[in-house]
Design a protein around this ligand. Structure first.
Ligand code: PEP
Ligand code: MG
Length: 579
């Protein structure tokens, strides 16, 4: 039995067999082998190289006939890599020295080389990383053959274990069989974590080397409440966890009872609870969980599942479907927030050296006007169907806001010319998720109807901590005094300007942070749908006086550790069963 500690990102407890997946959903059945099996694995690796070379030579000859010079060149480059003796030696040496399977050695070695290439400034060399990944896939195909099993054709319940998963992979899992997730990489607010939470799949990330210590079909316990993964648990631990799982299910059932009750504090302050969604189908879940509208629709997920840009009708139908669920309630459509961890860098851009500080989000839209206008056209057309609002992400200064608003006006004029109806008074807001936006909130407030504080990015940019990097996950905290000061400024400036203020980052899904947010003056929060009942229960258990006193105490504290301990104790007193 081995107990690994990571970061809890999606609550719940699950006990199931592990399904280990690797690049492109290749399933690597086993990593470690007995020393006596090393020669067999080395031979398998050699055969895979020979077969891959045979396959490529055939393809190269076929191209000779069609005379596609460029494709032929690619095959020639791949063949050169495959014939390179030092590469083969590196792989067989790894099998020998570490007693690992051929597929594991191939995958690890080629990824190391690809990642080395990506870091090289020369674009010719850095682009070769994609060739290396292609070669890895070709070799894995040879090695795994029929053993390759995609995650869509599962027949039994599993927990998926991977080095890392993309948000799209996670969203595509068959929920009937994938009951939990555990990854080596990632942080609490990485988008994979956010998707797991939205889908209600227990998940733990930042486990660093879990995939090295686990083999396919090992029994695993994922404790998404405490951030623990137990590999090959003993019988006593399994029994103990079956009991925890039962208690947790009971608590969820109790919370069901308050789903349709209002989110109101004991002394009568009403709080609006909205849902964060990535796909229109989730809108129904928000409603079922007692949410009062959509506070954040992450529309970039329309782009993540396809190789081509979605047509205007795809946008329109997605927004129309969402509004149908919440006809007379707000639906805040955030314009596409592509880039950083929400777009595979290899897919569209030449990889950026620093994607979180690069061409992401509103910056990307302002440089891809056709794409941006297509989306705005669709949102405006759907605006007559309900209470749609538009929200621009990652605004860092007033010029960006002005530019985005100007483009919106252009699209409105196009609709006028085409005699298409839309809501001319549609509300427009921005996400406040950069320190620069927070510090200039009083200026930005003059040109918007609402602010929504995106604590996920605000935290990463304020503390200079990558939200998805497990190596610095302990430094990432939305209750760091620096982040709280910025949040307080934004709340005060929104109140002064008399505009609406929401919080939609993951901080609003965290039970221990709710009293603080209310005490700081927040009255509308938008959160992962499965968390709505629990957060409502907390709101219904506190008084504003309690919350104000918590906020007063916290804002006088200078250390993150002191703040989190204080908040955890305060929340534990109110809802002992959750903590
Ligand atoms: C945020 O940054 O807090 C946010 C809600 O946006 P996203 O998580 O999609 O970046
Ligand atoms: Mg963000």
């Amino acid at each position: 039995m081995e107990i690994k500690k990571g970061v809890a990102v999606s609550p719940g407890i699950v006990i199931a067999k592990a399904l280990i997946i690797d690049s492109e959903d290749y399933r690597i059945p086993r990593r470690s082998i007995k020393p006596s099996q090393r020669m067999t694995e080395i031979q398998r690796a050699r055969n895979a190289f020979t077969d891959a070379i045979g396959e490529l030579t055939q393809l190269e000859t076929a191209q000779d006939k069609t005379d596609e010079g460029k494709i032929k060149d690619i095959f020639a480059v791949h063949l050169r890599f495959l014939r390179d003796r030092s590469l083969r030696k590196r792989i067989t040496d790894l099998v020998h020295s570490e007693s690992v399977t051929a597929e594991y050695a191939v995958s690890t070695t080629l990824r190391e080389i690809a990642s080395h290439f990506t870091r090289i400034k020369d674009p010719y060399i850095s682009e070769r990383a994609a060739d290396i990944r292609d070669i890895e896939r070709r070799l894995l195909r040879q090695l795994l053959g029929k053993r390759r099993e995609d995650v869509e054709h599962l027949t039994e319940e599993v927990v998926v274990v991977a080095r890392e998963l993309s948000p799209t992979q996670t969203a595509g899992f068959n929920r009937e069989f994938v009951k939990g997730l555990a990854t080596d990489a990632g942080g609490r607010t990485s988008h994979t974590a956010i998707v797991a939470r939205s889908l209600g799949i227990p998940a733990v990330v930042a486990l660093e080397d879990l995939t090295d210590d686990i083999s396919g079909a090992d029994t695993v316990i994922i404790d998404g409440n405490r951030g623990i993964v137990i590999v090959k648990p003993d019988q006593q631990t399994i029994r103990q966890y079956q009991e925890y799982a039962r208690e947790f299910a009971e608590l969820e059932h109790k919370l069901d009872a308050i789903r349709q009750k209002p989110a109101v504090t004991r002394d009568g302050t009403r709080i609006t609870l909205l849902g964060n969604i990535e796909f229109p189908e989730e809108a129904q879940m928000v409603l079922d969980k007692g949410g009062q509208g959509i506070g954040l629709y992450r529309t970039e997920f329309l782009y993540l599942n396809t190789q081509t840009e979605p047509a205007e009708e795809v946008h329109y139908h997605a927004y129309a479907e969402t509004v149908r669920v919440f006809k007379h309630r707000p639906v805040i459509v955030r314009t596409v927030d592509l880039g950083a961890d929400k777009y595979t860098q290899s897919k569209r851009f030449a990889p950026e050296p620093n994607p979180f500080l690069g061409l992401r989000s509103i910056r990307f839209c302002l440089q891809n006007l056709m794409m941006f206008k297509t989306q705005l056209h669709a949102v405006l057309r759907a605006s007559v169907l309900g209470e749609i609002k538009i929200m621009f992400p990652l605004i860092t200064n007033i010029q960006e806001l002005m530019q985005a608003r100007m483009i919106l006006r252009d699209v409105m004029e196009d609709l006028d010319d085409e005699s298409i109806a839309y809501n001319k008074d549609i509300q427009v807001g921005i996400m406040v998720e950069t320190p620069s936006a927070a510090l200039t909130a009083s200026t930005l407030a003059r040109d918007v109807d609402f602010f929504s504080i995106g604590t996920n990015d605000l935290t990463q940019y304020t503390l200079a901590v990558d939200r998805g990097n497990e190596l610095v996950s302990t430094l990432y905290s939305s209750v760091d005094p620096a982040v709280l000061r910025l949040i307080r400024t934004v709340i005060q400036d929104a109140h002064k300007a008399e505009i609406d203020l929401h919080v939609c980052g993951e901080m609003a899904s965290e039970p221990e942070h709710i009293m603080l947010l209310l005490g700081m003056g927040v009255r509308t929060i938008s959160l992962a749908p499965p968390m709505i009942p629990e957060i409502k229960q907390i709101i219904r258990s506190v008084t504003m006086e309690d919350c104000n006193s918590v906020a007063r105490k916290i804002l006088g504290m200078n250390s993150e550790r002191q703040i989190s301990n204080y908040l955890r104790d305060a929340a534990r007193k109110i809802l002992p069963a959750v903590f």
